[in-house]
Design a binder for this molecule. Structure first.
Ligand code: 26M
Length: 823
């Protein structure tokens, strides 16, 4: 008889079944008959985890022995989404696991649904970090993702009476089987106090930081496996806790209350993710969080380096550190501090190493989203870092003065310290000065970075600036999210190789006009629409019809993303139906999803407006189900996975020049949705890839926006000149959507008519025309399906694998190190 496969590593259905039963028994202490859905999920998670850990240990051994150059991705956010389904796919045992579950008479889908996703991010930036971790492992690039283990991630969204209600996200409540606590990997992190000068053993003047408070960070590791490889990388998240020694000190002198208080204060630092996608001025805890994770991460990198390579002089040969926006930019000052004060290096050498280690990615041009910290706050919390930043600034501005003689205005503009009003540290300037490469996240965005917000820096160091257009993981957003489509693509491509080499999607092109293939394509789309309809029926109390065109806008609620433009189109369609019941309307379901920052009043009012419009339209007999409006509550990774496969039309309608890249646009298009969009962010590149004839373009481009703004924009002129626009806005204020309350939505409409900073009214007419075109094309099902197939077929470039390949080659100078399969 055949030798049995090892229970903890075997990949066959039989091995998985045995492992599952074992884990249910030995980890959860349960047998089948009494197991809860959560027990069943945990047993499955541990079954996958054992297989992960085996590969992880082999990866770690290889990377250690070969002194592999390593990428450290520094990000305050990771929006990972559920692990189990993705891990099974990456292990290549999705099918075997499903069959094992069937044999055990378990409902596999229910087990998967049981997982609580780690929502350790707000939106695009955090999700990008997760896609990049997936691609780093898939490409076999040794990497560590560093971040914060927030005890509470992004809030869960409920909708009550049409309003967003935030519910705390207690994701660790039932335990997290994917993380491994590392109590021995912990580092002290200091705050406050003062600095002193002293002479070291060689008689050199040095600085020492005498802090007022010390806490510690402890590592929690999550293994990240690539697809079709045995490479496993590490996501290392830091949890804050009281430094043990300090705790005891307080206890010894009898200050029990003080000791407990210190413990709570320490634990507060990693307690909760800030639920904003832009900074609010001067939030002390946020600065503490940033310094906390950056300090732990830099200390950890130094420890790893001393354990393997040795001399710190070679630090930048071992590591490259990528700053995911400015949130971790303090790492530049922290590495300087560690090299200067703790490892007694001289300034020039420390600066050379630091500068060669860091790279910075910018994710936004919105002035309100650029991080600055009051100097006073900095001084109180991080006095030593402020000194170091001043010194970096001095060296830097000397350089500027040499290059641009007697240009004081330029010096003031470029300084790391802003002097207009309250003095503030400009984090983007620190990030640029301390990095050797700076990139934007789409071609237009990178161009605008060079010519607007960082123009002076580009004048000084043009070679430092580059573009890497974002990408998304096809494992997550096709295979996990849309398994039916995944199977069809595998059939066309002859295997799952396309998921590592997304250009293979091109092979779909040959079938774009084949009626039989088109029919299958439509069946897959309709099946996904049926799934979503069923989900929304119970979760959002709305009845959609899968025969309708599913028109979806899913992203954070923000004025620049212009959800209100979408609403105006819905209201226009509604008025057309009301005015002429025989009007030939293409049936549509308008679907929204997205969270609003809890303190962002206008965004929350927009959610209320969408729900109020839904309420009226969905219950108006005159509409007779032709159009429907749905708001999907709690847009997170899990729910996003239900949306993308079901979309016919993807709304990417930000004002040109405002959306750095967008990544939802890619996820929709990969799943065969057509895009209605502006020439903004990556839309431009998506349109170029899929062909202008397969993309519904409308609106001003970034140059036209700039011209309109320069010549003076008067939104009320549009309101007065366009009777339909006026009727739409007036309908909002008529009280029809607000039980007669004519003032509820005034803040929204007044802003549109009088200020309209994102030029909704200027693009209104063009948007309606593009939408009419969409409706016409949708009626020609063969034409639409062809366009849909071509969209998916031409999305290869938007894989995060391509993006990571570019980072690795052009920016990090790092080669893959594949882990050979065992046996
Ligand atoms: C900063 C300070 C304090 C609290 C929160 C923040 C903060 C958190 C998240 C600021 C910005 C944050 O995210 C911005 C973001 O998600 N940007 C998006 O990044 C995507 C990935 O590059 C792009 O595709 C989007 O266009 C861009 O909006």
């Amino acid at each position: 008889c055949e030798p049995r496969e090892p229970t903890r590593t075997g990949m066959s259905k039989e091995a998985l079944k045995q492992a599952y039963i074992d884990n249910l028994f030995f980890i959860q202490g349960r047998f089948r008959e009494v197991a809860t859905p959560h027990d069943l999920y945990m047993a499955a998670a541990y079954t996958a985890r054992d297989r992960l850990l085996e590969r992880w240990v082999r990866s770690a051994q290889l990377f250690k022995s070969s002194h592999a150059r390593t990428v450290c991705y520094l990000s305050a956010e990771y929006l990972l989404g559920p692990h189990l389904a993705k891990t099974l796919i990456n292990l290549g045992i999705s099918q075997a696991a499903r069959e094992a579950a069937e044999d055990l008479e378990l409902d596999f889908t229910t087990v998967l649904e049981e997982e609580e996703e780690p929502g350790l991010g707000n939106g695009g930036l955090g999700r990008l970090a997760a896609c990049y971790m997936d691609s780093l492992a898939t490409l076999g690039i040794p990497a560590i993702g560093y971040g914060i283990r927030y005890e509470f991630g992004i809030f869960d969204q409920r909708i009550e009476d049409g309003w967003q209600v935030e519910v705390s996200d207690n994701w660790l409540r039932n335990g997290n089987p994917w993380e491994i606590p590392r109590p021995k990997i912990c580092f002290p992190v200091c705050y406050g106090g003062d600095t002193e000068r002293y002479r070291d053993a060689d008689g050199q003047w040095r600085t020492r930081w005498v802090p007022a408070m010390v806490i510690q960070g402890m590592a929690y590791d999550t293994p990240i496996l690539g697809f079709g490889t045995d490479n496993v990388n590490l996501l290392r998240l830091w949890k804050s806790e009281a430094a043990e020694s300090l705790d005891f000190q307080a206890f010894n002198i009898g200050d029990y209350y003080g000791a407990v208080h210190a413990k709570i204060e320490a634990e507060t630092i990693s307690k909760i993710l800030y639920p904003n996608d832009e900074p609010e001025a001067g939030k002390e805890l946020r600065l503490k969080q940033q310094y906390f994770f950056v300090s732990c991460s830099m200390q950890d990198m130094i420890r790893l380096h001393l354990n393997t390579v040795g001399p710190l002089e070679q630090f930048d040969q071992k590591f490259v550190a990528q700053l995911n926006d400015t949130h971790p930019a303090l790492a530049i000052a922290e590495l300087m501090r560690l090299l200067l004060d703790e490892h007694l290096m001289d300034w020039e050498q420390a600066w050379g190493i630091t500068h060669r280690t860091f790279c910075y990615t910018n994710h936004t041009l919105l002035p309100e989203a650029l991080e600055t910290w009051p100097v006073a706050l900095f001084e109180r919390l991080l006095p030593r870092h402020l000194e170091i930043i001043y010194e970096i600034n001095q060296h830097f501005l000397d350089q500027v003065r040499v290059r641009f003689f007697a240009d004081d205005a330029r010096v003031a503009r470029m300084s790391l310290i802003g002097e207009d009003g309250e003095r503030r540290v400009r984090m983007a300037h620190l990030a640029v000065v301390g990095s050797h490469q700076v990139n934007g996240v789409a071609e237009l965005h990178s161009e605008l970075v060079r010519t607007t917000i960082l123009r002076d820096f580009h004048d000084l160091w043009p070679e430092r600036f580059t573009n890497v257009t974002n990408g998304v993981s096809p494992r997550r957003f096709i295979m996990v999210s849309n398994p039916r489509l995944g199977r069809l693509i595998s059939e066309v491509c002859g295997g799952t190789g396309w998921a590592r080499d997304l250009e293979q999607l091109r092979r779909l092109e040959e079938h774009a006009d084949d009626p039989a293939f088109q029919a299958r394509w439509r069946e897959i789309k309709t099946a996904a629409k049926r799934d979503l309809t069923e989900w929304l029926r119970t979760r959002a109390d709305v009845d959609l019809d899968p025969a309708q065109l599913f028109d979806i806008q899913a992203k954070r609620i923000h004025e620049y993303k212009r959800q209100h433009l979408n609403v105006l189109h819905i209201i226009r369609t509604y008025q057309r139906i009301k005015q002429d019941p025989n009007h030939d309307i293409t049936p549509r379901a308008f679907i929204f999803g997205g969270k609003a920052a809890p303190g962002y009043f206008t965004a929350k009012l927009l959610i209320k407006l969408i729900n109020a419009v839904a309420e009226v339209i969905n219950h108006d007999p005159a509409v007779n189900g032709t159009i429907r409006v749905a708001f999907m509550p709690d847009f997170n990774v899990k729910n996003a996975q239900r949306l993308y496969p079901a979309a016919d039309l993807s709304e990417q309608i930000s004002l040109a020049g405002k959306e750095a890249s967008g990544t939802g646009n890619m996820k929709f298009s990969m799943n065969g949705a057509l895009t209605i969009g502006t020439l903004d962010g990556a839309n431009i590149e998506i349109r170029r890839a899929v062909g202008a004839e397969n993309f519904f373009l409308f609106g001003m481009d970034a140059a036209a926006v700039a011209r309109r703004q320069a010549e003076g924009y008067h939104p009320w002129e549009h309101y007065h000149d366009d009777p339909e626009l006026r009727a739409d806005i007036d309908l909002i204020n008529s009280g029809l959507f607000s039980h007669g309350d004519t003032s509820l939505f005034r803040p929204l409409t007044d802003q549109l008519i009088n200020h309209d900073p994102f030029m909704v009214l200027a693009d209104y007419r063009a948007y309606l025309e593009a939408q009419d075109h969409v409706s016409d094309v949708y009626r020609d099902s063969a034409r639409w399906t062809r366009m849909s197939i071509l969209n998916a077929a031409r999305m290869g470039r938007f894989s995060s694998d391509r993006a990571i390949h570019e980072y690795a080659e052009r920016i990090w100078k790092i080669a893959p190190m594949p882990v050979e399969p065992d046996g």
